[in-house]
Design a protein around this ligand. Structure first.
Ligand code: ADP
Ligand code: MG
Length: 274
């Protein structure tokens, strides 16, 4: 199973949108995906479960508190092939209690390691999921550190209209620290320009600057800005179901293919390339 955290300490850059639409695109290509919500705002959970998401029994909070196993909280979604480990506001309480605990940074990793995701006894090598994709909160606190300790890959969405190169450089430093102290396998799979507008000079300039600075770290695929993308969460659907003819549907499909194509490749190391 490949494991990816979608993270950026800035809010509003397209993390949750990337998790939903990349997951849906991977599922459309026949992959099985487990999405895990580790943001107390739980936008991912609301999007995937709809109005019924207020009365959750088991959430990621109980995983971090050791009260439940991953298998106990996983729910199916309306998207074939996509399951969800949901969250709600309890997660911010869980984060506070974790702060004082020993080795709290690696609790999620242990939960995932001990999860029974190969339920077929005849074929113990069979993974129930091809991908685990984690939606991170917009900060580098205990929850994000837990996500980064638990995965092997990171996808960093950045907003082409308001890119902060310093922000991305800071993020790489944080990731470098986690890599050296907690998770040596961690790699950046790619920086994703998540809202581009080819008609504006600003967007084109930001894309050029990002590629010049971060080279191969930047996904070739960019996601076009499109109003349908912003509308689909309130309809509780991925873009491909809400607006199949939106040009961004093709972008997410291309992104999914690019993510699949990077499998097994040497991932980009964390050292500064610029
Ligand atoms: P984050 O999870 O990083 O806070 P979101 O995924 O919630 O960011 O996205 C922030 C806002 O930008 C949301 O309103 C979302 O609908 C919108 N958005 C994201 N990607 C696009 C896009 N390609 N085109 C138009 N709006 C987008
Ligand atoms: Mg979000």
């Amino acid at each position: 199973m490949r494991s990816i955290a979608v993270m950026n300490q800035k809010g509003g850059v397209g993390k949750t949108t990337t998790v939903v639409n990349l997951s849906a695109a991977l599922c459309a290509l026949g992959k099985r995906v487990l999405a895990l919500d580790i943001d107390p705002q739980s936008n991912l959970t609301t999007w995937l479960l709809g109005p019924g998401s207020e009365e959750l029994e088991g959430t990621v909070a109980e995983l971090l508190q050791g009260a439940l196993n991953l298998e106990d909280v996983v729910m199916s979604t309306g998207i074939e092939g996509l399951d969800l480990a949901p969250a709600d506001l309890r997660l911010s309480g869980a984060e506070r209690t974790l702060a004082g605990e020993i080795a709290a940074e690696t609790i999620l990793r242990k939960v995932i390691d001990r999860a029974d995701l190969a339920p077929c006894e005849e074929d113990p090598g069979f993974d129930l999921y091809d991908f685990l994709i984690i939606d991170c909160p917009p900060s580098v606190g205990m929850l994000t550190v837990n996500a980064l300790s638990a995965v092997k890959e990171i996808v960093i969405p950045v907003q082409a209209q308001a890119l902060s190169l310093n922000g991305v450089a800071n993020l790489r430093r944080v990731i470098g620290v986690i890599q050296s102290r907690l998770n040596p396998q961690l790699r950046i799979s790619g920086i994703l320009l998540s809202m581009t507008d080819g008609r504006t000079n600003l967007s084109r300039e930001v894309e050029e600057t990002t590629r010049r600075h971060f080279g191969d770290l930047v996904f070739e695929t960019t996601i076009r800005e499109n109003v349908r993308v912003a509308e689909c969460p309130s309809h509780f659907l991925p873009l491909s179901d809400y607006a199949p003819s939106s040009p961004a549907v093709a972008d997410y499909r291309k992104l999914a293919e690019e993510v699949l194509g990077r499998e097994g490749q040497e991932k980009v190391p964390l050292q500064e390339t610029a």
